[in-house]
Design a protein around this ligand. Structure first.
Ligand code: GLU
Length: 477
Protein backbone atom coordinates (compact mmCIF):
# COMPACT_ATOMS: atom_id res chain seq x y z
CA UNK A 1 0.00 0.00 0.00
CA UNK A 2 1.22 3.49 -0.86
CA UNK A 3 -0.40 6.73 0.23
CA UNK A 4 0.57 10.35 -0.30
CA UNK A 5 0.19 13.85 1.03
CA UNK A 6 0.40 16.43 -1.73
CA UNK A 7 0.53 19.99 -0.41
CA UNK A 8 0.55 23.06 -2.61
CA UNK A 9 3.28 25.35 -1.26
CA UNK A 10 1.18 28.50 -1.34
CA UNK A 11 1.25 29.51 2.31
CA UNK A 12 1.48 27.99 5.75
CA UNK A 13 0.27 24.48 6.53
CA UNK A 14 -3.47 24.81 7.16
CA UNK A 15 -4.97 22.80 9.98
CA UNK A 16 -7.34 21.05 7.54
CA UNK A 17 -4.42 19.91 5.41
CA UNK A 18 -2.51 18.92 8.53
CA UNK A 19 -5.41 16.64 9.33
CA UNK A 20 -5.15 15.05 5.87
CA UNK A 21 -1.45 14.52 6.55
CA UNK A 22 -2.17 12.99 9.96
CA UNK A 23 -4.75 10.60 8.53
CA UNK A 24 -2.37 9.48 5.79
CA UNK A 25 0.36 9.08 8.39
CA UNK A 26 -1.85 6.94 10.64
CA UNK A 27 -2.85 4.76 7.71
CA UNK A 28 0.78 4.39 6.65
CA UNK A 29 1.83 3.46 10.19
CA UNK A 30 -0.99 1.01 10.58
CA UNK A 31 -0.56 -0.71 7.23
CA UNK A 32 3.18 -0.38 7.11
CA UNK A 33 2.64 1.56 3.91
CA UNK A 34 4.84 4.12 2.17
CA UNK A 35 3.91 7.75 2.63
CA UNK A 36 4.97 10.00 -0.23
CA UNK A 37 5.17 13.78 0.12
CA UNK A 38 4.65 15.35 -3.28
CA UNK A 39 4.92 19.10 -3.71
CA UNK A 40 2.25 20.44 -6.06
CA UNK A 41 3.87 23.69 -7.07
CA UNK A 42 2.48 24.43 -10.51
CA UNK A 43 0.69 27.57 -9.41
CA UNK A 44 3.56 29.84 -10.42
CA UNK A 45 2.28 33.01 -8.79
CA UNK A 46 1.36 31.57 -5.44
CA UNK A 47 3.97 28.84 -4.89
CA UNK A 48 7.23 29.51 -3.08
CA UNK A 49 10.14 27.53 -1.75
CA UNK A 50 9.74 29.28 1.62
CA UNK A 51 6.24 27.93 1.88
CA UNK A 52 7.45 24.44 0.96
CA UNK A 53 10.10 24.64 3.67
CA UNK A 54 7.70 25.82 6.32
CA UNK A 55 5.16 23.13 5.40
CA UNK A 56 7.85 20.44 5.61
CA UNK A 57 9.01 21.78 8.97
CA UNK A 58 5.49 21.77 10.35
CA UNK A 59 4.90 18.23 9.10
CA UNK A 60 8.09 17.11 10.78
CA UNK A 61 7.17 18.89 14.01
CA UNK A 62 3.75 17.27 13.93
CA UNK A 63 5.41 13.87 13.83
CA UNK A 64 4.42 12.84 10.31
CA UNK A 65 6.78 10.14 9.05
CA UNK A 66 7.23 9.97 5.30
CA UNK A 67 9.27 7.60 3.20
CA UNK A 68 9.73 9.74 0.05
CA UNK A 69 9.89 13.49 -0.50
CA UNK A 70 11.79 16.09 -2.56
CA UNK A 71 14.58 16.11 -0.01
CA UNK A 72 14.56 12.43 0.84
CA UNK A 73 14.26 11.29 -2.76
CA UNK A 74 12.98 7.82 -3.61
CA UNK A 75 12.35 5.55 -6.56
CA UNK A 76 9.48 7.57 -7.98
CA UNK A 77 10.93 11.08 -8.09
CA UNK A 78 11.26 13.87 -8.73
CA UNK A 79 8.74 14.80 -6.05
CA UNK A 80 8.09 18.39 -7.10
CA UNK A 81 5.66 18.77 -9.95
CA UNK A 82 7.62 21.61 -11.56
CA UNK A 83 10.49 19.14 -11.97
CA UNK A 84 8.28 16.65 -13.80
CA UNK A 85 7.23 18.74 -16.81
CA UNK A 86 8.99 16.46 -19.31
CA UNK A 87 6.96 13.55 -18.03
CA UNK A 88 3.67 15.41 -18.43
CA UNK A 89 4.64 16.54 -21.94
CA UNK A 90 4.81 12.96 -23.12
CA UNK A 91 1.32 12.29 -21.88
CA UNK A 92 -0.02 15.51 -23.38
CA UNK A 93 1.41 14.48 -26.71
CA UNK A 94 -0.33 11.11 -26.44
CA UNK A 95 -3.66 12.74 -25.67
CA UNK A 96 -3.31 15.18 -28.57
CA UNK A 97 -2.30 12.48 -31.02
CA UNK A 98 -5.19 10.26 -30.08
CA UNK A 99 -7.65 13.15 -30.32
CA UNK A 100 -8.54 12.91 -26.63
CA UNK A 101 -7.21 16.41 -26.11
CA UNK A 102 -7.11 19.38 -28.43
CA UNK A 103 -5.57 22.80 -28.75
CA UNK A 104 -8.13 25.47 -28.04
CA UNK A 105 -7.63 28.87 -29.63
CA UNK A 106 -10.70 30.53 -28.15
CA UNK A 107 -10.43 33.71 -26.18
CA UNK A 108 -11.70 33.69 -22.64
CA UNK A 109 -14.74 35.69 -23.75
CA UNK A 110 -15.60 33.18 -26.46
CA UNK A 111 -15.49 30.32 -23.98
CA UNK A 112 -17.62 32.28 -21.55
CA UNK A 113 -20.14 32.99 -24.30
CA UNK A 114 -20.36 29.34 -25.34
CA UNK A 115 -20.74 28.20 -21.76
CA UNK A 116 -23.57 30.64 -21.13
CA UNK A 117 -25.33 29.59 -24.28
CA UNK A 118 -25.02 25.91 -23.40
CA UNK A 119 -26.47 26.63 -20.00
CA UNK A 120 -29.34 28.57 -21.49
CA UNK A 121 -30.13 25.78 -23.91
CA UNK A 122 -29.75 23.24 -21.16
CA UNK A 123 -27.14 21.15 -22.93
CA UNK A 124 -23.57 20.26 -21.97
CA UNK A 125 -20.89 22.74 -22.97
CA UNK A 126 -18.73 21.47 -25.81
CA UNK A 127 -15.77 23.59 -26.74
CA UNK A 128 -15.98 24.99 -30.26
CA UNK A 129 -12.38 23.90 -30.91
CA UNK A 130 -12.89 20.28 -29.86
CA UNK A 131 -13.52 18.88 -33.32
CA UNK A 132 -10.71 20.59 -35.23
CA UNK A 133 -8.42 18.21 -37.04
CA UNK A 134 -4.81 17.93 -35.97
CA UNK A 135 -3.82 19.66 -39.21
CA UNK A 136 -6.13 22.58 -38.57
CA UNK A 137 -4.78 22.91 -35.05
CA UNK A 138 -1.23 22.92 -36.40
CA UNK A 139 -2.14 25.60 -38.92
CA UNK A 140 -3.59 27.93 -36.29
CA UNK A 141 -0.62 27.32 -34.06
CA UNK A 142 1.73 28.19 -36.92
CA UNK A 143 -0.12 31.48 -37.32
CA UNK A 144 1.08 32.29 -33.83
CA UNK A 145 -2.32 32.15 -32.14
CA UNK A 146 -2.11 31.55 -28.40
CA UNK A 147 -3.76 28.35 -27.24
CA UNK A 148 -4.50 26.20 -24.24
CA UNK A 149 -4.70 22.42 -24.35
CA UNK A 150 -8.02 21.02 -23.30
CA UNK A 151 -9.26 17.58 -22.46
CA UNK A 152 -12.16 16.42 -24.60
CA UNK A 153 -14.72 15.27 -22.07
CA UNK A 154 -16.58 12.29 -23.54
CA UNK A 155 -20.30 12.70 -23.89
CA UNK A 156 -22.71 10.28 -22.24
CA UNK A 157 -20.24 8.55 -19.97
CA UNK A 158 -20.82 7.75 -16.32
CA UNK A 159 -17.91 7.98 -13.97
CA UNK A 160 -18.40 5.81 -10.95
CA UNK A 161 -16.13 4.88 -8.10
CA UNK A 162 -16.31 3.36 -4.66
CA UNK A 163 -15.13 5.96 -2.22
CA UNK A 164 -13.94 4.40 1.01
CA UNK A 165 -15.71 7.04 3.04
CA UNK A 166 -18.52 8.31 0.83
CA UNK A 167 -19.52 4.95 -0.64
CA UNK A 168 -20.56 4.71 -4.28
CA UNK A 169 -20.09 8.03 -6.05
CA UNK A 170 -21.34 8.64 -9.54
CA UNK A 171 -20.97 11.57 -11.94
CA UNK A 172 -22.32 12.02 -15.45
CA UNK A 173 -19.68 13.31 -17.84
CA UNK A 174 -22.07 16.05 -18.98
CA UNK A 175 -22.14 17.49 -15.50
CA UNK A 176 -18.50 18.12 -14.82
CA UNK A 177 -18.23 21.48 -16.50
CA UNK A 178 -17.32 20.57 -20.07
CA UNK A 179 -13.97 20.34 -21.81
CA UNK A 180 -11.36 21.52 -19.37
CA UNK A 181 -7.89 22.99 -19.62
CA UNK A 182 -5.02 20.60 -18.95
CA UNK A 183 -2.18 22.85 -20.10
CA UNK A 184 -2.35 26.63 -19.80
CA UNK A 185 -1.30 29.00 -22.55
CA UNK A 186 2.05 29.51 -20.79
CA UNK A 187 2.75 25.78 -21.05
CA UNK A 188 2.07 25.03 -17.37
CA UNK A 189 -0.02 21.89 -16.85
CA UNK A 190 -2.89 22.12 -14.35
CA UNK A 191 -3.51 20.22 -11.15
CA UNK A 192 -6.47 18.08 -12.23
CA UNK A 193 -4.48 16.73 -15.12
CA UNK A 194 -1.11 15.95 -13.63
CA UNK A 195 -2.29 14.79 -10.23
CA UNK A 196 -3.56 11.52 -11.65
CA UNK A 197 -0.45 11.02 -13.75
CA UNK A 198 1.66 11.43 -10.64
CA UNK A 199 -0.55 9.26 -8.49
CA UNK A 200 -0.24 6.53 -11.10
CA UNK A 201 3.48 6.86 -11.78
CA UNK A 202 4.19 7.03 -8.07
CA UNK A 203 2.09 3.88 -7.67
CA UNK A 204 -0.17 5.48 -5.09
CA UNK A 205 -2.73 2.84 -4.19
CA UNK A 206 -4.97 4.99 -1.95
CA UNK A 207 -5.70 8.68 -2.35
CA UNK A 208 -6.98 9.98 0.98
CA UNK A 209 -7.80 13.67 0.88
CA UNK A 210 -10.35 16.35 1.70
CA UNK A 211 -13.84 16.32 0.32
CA UNK A 212 -13.13 19.59 -1.47
CA UNK A 213 -11.45 17.40 -4.09
CA UNK A 214 -14.42 15.11 -4.61
CA UNK A 215 -15.73 17.11 -7.56
CA UNK A 216 -12.25 16.97 -9.14
CA UNK A 217 -12.15 13.21 -9.02
CA UNK A 218 -14.28 12.48 -12.13
CA UNK A 219 -11.95 14.68 -14.18
CA UNK A 220 -8.94 12.83 -12.85
CA UNK A 221 -10.55 9.46 -13.55
CA UNK A 222 -11.41 10.49 -17.11
CA UNK A 223 -7.78 11.43 -17.69
CA UNK A 224 -6.68 8.07 -16.28
CA UNK A 225 -9.08 6.26 -18.58
CA UNK A 226 -7.98 8.26 -21.60
CA UNK A 227 -4.36 7.39 -20.90
CA UNK A 228 -5.05 3.79 -19.93
CA UNK A 229 -3.69 4.38 -16.43
CA UNK A 230 -4.89 2.50 -13.36
CA UNK A 231 -7.18 4.34 -10.95
CA UNK A 232 -6.28 4.54 -7.27
CA UNK A 233 -8.77 3.86 -4.51
CA UNK A 234 -10.24 7.13 -3.23
CA UNK A 235 -11.27 8.21 0.26
CA UNK A 236 -12.63 11.73 0.63
CA UNK A 237 -12.78 13.05 4.16
CA UNK A 238 -15.55 15.42 5.21
CA UNK A 239 -14.27 18.93 5.73
CA UNK A 240 -13.62 20.65 9.02
CA UNK A 241 -16.19 23.19 10.11
CA UNK A 242 -16.52 25.64 12.98
CA UNK A 243 -19.24 25.45 15.61
CA UNK A 244 -21.55 27.34 13.26
CA UNK A 245 -21.11 24.47 10.76
CA UNK A 246 -19.42 26.81 8.28
CA UNK A 247 -16.12 25.90 6.64
CA UNK A 248 -13.31 26.33 9.14
CA UNK A 249 -11.64 29.71 8.74
CA UNK A 250 -9.63 32.27 10.65
CA UNK A 251 -12.90 33.68 11.95
CA UNK A 252 -13.28 30.56 14.08
CA UNK A 253 -9.77 30.50 15.53
CA UNK A 254 -6.22 29.52 14.68
CA UNK A 255 -5.95 27.74 11.33
CA UNK A 256 -2.18 27.67 10.71
CA UNK A 257 -0.16 24.87 12.22
CA UNK A 258 2.82 27.17 12.81
CA UNK A 259 0.70 29.35 15.08
CA UNK A 260 -0.41 26.36 17.13
CA UNK A 261 3.23 25.48 17.41
CA UNK A 262 4.27 28.97 18.52
CA UNK A 263 1.51 29.20 21.08
CA UNK A 264 2.74 26.11 22.80
CA UNK A 265 0.57 23.31 21.55
CA UNK A 266 2.30 19.95 21.65
CA UNK A 267 2.56 17.97 18.43
CA UNK A 268 1.42 14.85 20.28
CA UNK A 269 -1.80 16.57 21.29
CA UNK A 270 -2.44 17.98 17.83
CA UNK A 271 -1.84 14.58 16.25
CA UNK A 272 -4.23 12.97 18.75
CA UNK A 273 -6.88 15.63 18.21
CA UNK A 274 -6.66 15.70 14.41
CA UNK A 275 -6.51 11.91 14.22
CA UNK A 276 -9.75 11.57 16.17
CA UNK A 277 -11.75 14.36 14.58
CA UNK A 278 -15.04 13.17 13.22
CA UNK A 279 -15.20 9.83 15.03
CA UNK A 280 -15.08 8.43 18.56
CA UNK A 281 -13.41 5.45 20.14
CA UNK A 282 -15.60 2.59 21.34
CA UNK A 283 -14.86 3.35 24.98
CA UNK A 284 -15.47 7.06 24.51
CA UNK A 285 -11.93 7.79 25.63
CA UNK A 286 -10.22 10.62 23.83
CA UNK A 287 -6.59 10.55 24.81
CA UNK A 288 -4.73 8.19 22.54
CA UNK A 289 -1.00 8.63 22.11
CA UNK A 290 0.15 7.88 18.59
CA UNK A 291 0.92 4.17 18.97
CA UNK A 292 -2.50 3.49 20.48
CA UNK A 293 -4.21 5.69 17.94
CA UNK A 294 -2.58 3.70 15.15
CA UNK A 295 -4.04 0.52 16.64
CA UNK A 296 -7.64 1.72 16.83
CA UNK A 297 -7.64 3.89 13.72
CA UNK A 298 -9.26 2.96 10.45
CA UNK A 299 -10.30 5.16 7.53
CA UNK A 300 -13.73 3.60 7.78
CA UNK A 301 -14.08 5.17 11.24
CA UNK A 302 -14.26 8.60 9.69
CA UNK A 303 -17.82 9.86 9.63
CA UNK A 304 -19.57 10.97 6.50
CA UNK A 305 -20.59 14.37 7.84
CA UNK A 306 -18.45 17.42 8.48
CA UNK A 307 -16.26 17.33 11.57
CA UNK A 308 -16.69 20.22 13.98
CA UNK A 309 -13.37 21.63 15.10
CA UNK A 310 -13.60 22.24 18.84
CA UNK A 311 -10.86 24.69 19.81
CA UNK A 312 -11.60 24.33 23.53
CA UNK A 313 -11.30 20.59 23.40
CA UNK A 314 -7.99 20.78 21.64
CA UNK A 315 -6.73 23.14 24.36
CA UNK A 316 -7.95 20.76 27.03
CA UNK A 317 -6.29 17.84 25.30
CA UNK A 318 -3.05 19.79 25.10
CA UNK A 319 -3.27 20.39 28.85
CA UNK A 320 -3.62 16.65 29.38
CA UNK A 321 -0.48 15.99 27.37
CA UNK A 322 1.40 18.67 29.33
CA UNK A 323 0.25 17.15 32.61
CA UNK A 324 1.39 13.67 31.68
CA UNK A 325 4.68 14.47 30.01
CA UNK A 326 8.03 13.46 31.41
CA UNK A 327 9.09 16.40 33.62
CA UNK A 328 12.56 16.79 32.19
CA UNK A 329 11.30 16.88 28.61
CA UNK A 330 8.51 19.23 29.62
CA UNK A 331 10.94 21.59 31.35
CA UNK A 332 13.03 21.80 28.18
CA UNK A 333 9.91 22.61 26.19
CA UNK A 334 8.87 25.30 28.66
CA UNK A 335 12.26 27.06 28.69
CA UNK A 336 11.77 29.27 25.61
CA UNK A 337 8.30 30.26 26.83
CA UNK A 338 9.71 31.12 30.26
CA UNK A 339 12.25 33.37 28.63
CA UNK A 340 9.66 34.93 26.39
CA UNK A 341 7.50 35.81 29.38
CA UNK A 342 10.40 37.73 30.88
CA UNK A 343 11.57 35.37 33.64
CA UNK A 344 15.22 34.52 34.07
CA UNK A 345 15.70 31.05 35.49
CA UNK A 346 19.27 30.60 34.26
CA UNK A 347 20.66 30.73 37.79
CA UNK A 348 18.07 28.39 39.27
CA UNK A 349 18.99 24.81 39.98
CA UNK A 350 17.42 22.48 37.47
CA UNK A 351 15.88 20.36 40.21
CA UNK A 352 14.12 23.33 41.75
CA UNK A 353 12.84 24.46 38.35
CA UNK A 354 11.50 20.99 37.64
CA UNK A 355 9.78 20.91 41.03
CA UNK A 356 8.16 24.28 40.37
CA UNK A 357 7.04 23.14 36.93
CA UNK A 358 5.61 19.94 38.31
CA UNK A 359 3.48 22.07 40.65
CA UNK A 360 2.10 24.37 37.95
CA UNK A 361 1.98 22.15 34.88
CA UNK A 362 -1.59 21.18 35.77
CA UNK A 363 -2.60 24.82 35.40
CA UNK A 364 -1.12 25.12 31.92
CA UNK A 365 -3.14 24.14 28.88
CA UNK A 366 -0.53 25.64 26.59
CA UNK A 367 3.22 25.93 27.02
CA UNK A 368 2.76 29.70 26.75
CA UNK A 369 0.57 29.63 29.89
CA UNK A 370 3.65 29.10 32.04
CA UNK A 371 4.28 32.86 32.30
CA UNK A 372 0.97 33.27 34.13
CA UNK A 373 2.05 31.01 36.98
CA UNK A 374 5.80 31.41 37.37
CA UNK A 375 5.36 34.78 39.03
CA UNK A 376 3.88 32.93 42.00
CA UNK A 377 7.38 31.60 42.68
CA UNK A 378 9.64 34.20 41.16
CA UNK A 379 8.19 37.68 41.55
CA UNK A 380 8.73 39.55 44.78
CA UNK A 381 5.17 40.81 44.92
CA UNK A 382 2.57 39.95 42.31
CA UNK A 383 0.21 42.48 40.84
CA UNK A 384 -3.36 41.62 41.70
CA UNK A 385 -5.92 41.42 38.99
CA UNK A 386 -9.37 42.89 39.59
CA UNK A 387 -10.91 39.70 40.92
CA UNK A 388 -8.09 39.03 43.35
CA UNK A 389 -8.13 42.62 44.58
CA UNK A 390 -11.86 42.42 45.15
CA UNK A 391 -11.46 39.27 47.17
CA UNK A 392 -8.73 40.81 49.31
CA UNK A 393 -10.90 43.85 49.98
CA UNK A 394 -13.51 41.73 51.78
CA UNK A 395 -13.74 41.92 55.58
CA UNK A 396 -13.09 38.22 55.95
CA UNK A 397 -9.88 38.65 53.97
CA UNK A 398 -8.81 41.56 56.17
CA UNK A 399 -8.93 39.20 59.11
CA UNK A 400 -6.55 36.78 57.40
CA UNK A 401 -4.19 39.54 56.24
CA UNK A 402 -4.01 40.95 59.76
CA UNK A 403 -3.28 37.58 61.34
CA UNK A 404 -0.56 36.86 58.77
CA UNK A 405 1.01 40.29 59.27
CA UNK A 406 1.02 39.81 63.03
CA UNK A 407 2.66 36.42 62.61
CA UNK A 408 5.59 37.86 60.65
CA UNK A 409 7.45 38.69 63.86
CA UNK A 410 7.69 35.04 64.83
CA UNK A 411 8.43 33.65 61.35
CA UNK A 412 11.70 33.20 59.48
CA UNK A 413 13.10 31.19 56.60
CA UNK A 414 13.43 28.08 58.73
CA UNK A 415 9.88 27.83 60.01
CA UNK A 416 7.52 29.83 57.78
CA UNK A 417 6.67 26.95 55.48
CA UNK A 418 5.31 24.80 58.31
CA UNK A 419 3.91 27.52 60.52
CA UNK A 420 2.22 30.12 58.36
CA UNK A 421 -0.87 28.31 57.13
CA UNK A 422 -1.58 26.27 60.30
CA UNK A 423 -1.06 29.47 62.32
CA UNK A 424 -3.62 31.39 60.29
CA UNK A 425 -6.10 28.52 60.47
CA UNK A 426 -5.78 28.42 64.22
CA UNK A 427 -6.27 32.10 64.79
CA UNK A 428 -9.17 32.83 62.45
CA UNK A 429 -12.84 31.95 62.64
CA UNK A 430 -13.02 31.82 58.81
CA UNK A 431 -13.76 28.48 57.23
CA UNK A 432 -13.92 26.90 53.79
CA UNK A 433 -13.68 29.37 50.91
CA UNK A 434 -13.42 32.34 53.24
CA UNK A 435 -10.34 30.75 54.67
CA UNK A 436 -8.59 29.25 51.67
CA UNK A 437 -9.28 31.86 49.01
CA UNK A 438 -7.77 34.80 50.95
CA UNK A 439 -4.77 32.69 52.03
CA UNK A 440 -4.06 31.76 48.42
CA UNK A 441 -4.50 35.33 47.19
CA UNK A 442 -2.35 36.69 49.98
CA UNK A 443 0.51 34.29 49.37
CA UNK A 444 0.46 34.00 45.60
CA UNK A 445 -1.28 37.18 44.48
CA UNK A 446 -3.65 35.08 42.36
CA UNK A 447 -6.82 33.05 42.71
CA UNK A 448 -5.58 29.97 40.87
CA UNK A 449 -2.36 28.12 41.13
CA UNK A 450 -0.49 25.24 42.64
CA UNK A 451 -0.91 23.35 45.89
CA UNK A 452 -0.01 25.98 48.47
CA UNK A 453 1.69 23.78 51.01
CA UNK A 454 3.98 22.40 48.33
CA UNK A 455 4.58 25.81 46.81
CA UNK A 456 5.44 27.65 50.03
CA UNK A 457 8.93 26.24 50.60
CA UNK A 458 9.82 27.07 47.00
CA UNK A 459 8.77 30.71 47.25
CA UNK A 460 11.03 31.66 50.17
CA UNK A 461 10.35 33.69 53.31
CA UNK A 462 11.59 37.05 52.01
CA UNK A 463 9.04 37.08 49.22
CA UNK A 464 6.23 35.86 51.46
CA UNK A 465 7.03 38.60 53.93
CA UNK A 466 6.94 41.30 51.24
CA UNK A 467 3.66 39.98 49.89
CA UNK A 468 2.01 39.98 53.32
CA UNK A 469 3.29 43.50 54.01
CA UNK A 470 2.05 44.63 50.62
CA UNK A 471 -1.43 43.26 51.34
CA UNK A 472 -1.39 44.83 54.80
CA UNK A 473 -0.47 48.24 53.35
CA UNK A 474 -2.92 47.96 50.47
CA UNK A 475 -6.01 46.41 51.99
CA UNK A 476 -6.02 47.14 55.73
CA UNK A 477 -7.35 50.57 56.47
N1 GLU B 1 -2.35 19.97 -3.87
C1 GLU B 1 -3.71 19.78 -3.45
C2 GLU B 1 -4.06 20.70 -2.31
O1 GLU B 1 -3.17 21.15 -1.63
C3 GLU B 1 -3.97 18.37 -2.96
C4 GLU B 1 -4.32 17.52 -4.06
C5 GLU B 1 -4.74 16.13 -3.75
O2 GLU B 1 -4.64 15.70 -2.59
O3 GLU B 1 -5.12 15.47 -4.68
O4 GLU B 1 -5.21 20.94 -2.11
Amino acid sequence: MRVRFAPSPTGFLHIGNARTAVINHLVAQKENADLVIRIEDTDKERSSIESEQSIMEDLKWLGIKWTESPKLGGNFGPYRQTERFDIYKEYTEKLLQSGKAFKCFCTREEVEEDKNLAQKENRPFLDRCRDRSIEEQAKLEAEGKPFTIKFKVPVGETIEFDDQIKGKVSFKSEHIGGDFIIVRSDGFPVYNYIVIIDDTLMEISHVIRGEDHLSNTPKQILIARALGLPEPVYAHMPLLVGEDKKKLSKRHGITSVNIYRNEGYLPEALMNYLGMLGWASESGEEIFPEDELVKIFSVSNLGKSAAVFDFKKLRWMNGQYIKNMDISKLTDLFLPYIKESGFDVSAMEREKLETIISLIKGNCELLSDIGNFLGIFLNEVNEHDEKTAKLLEQDYSADIIKIAADMLAELDESNYAEKLIPGIKEKTENKGKKLFHPIRALITGAMNGPDLELALPLIGFEKIKKRIEFCRDTYLK
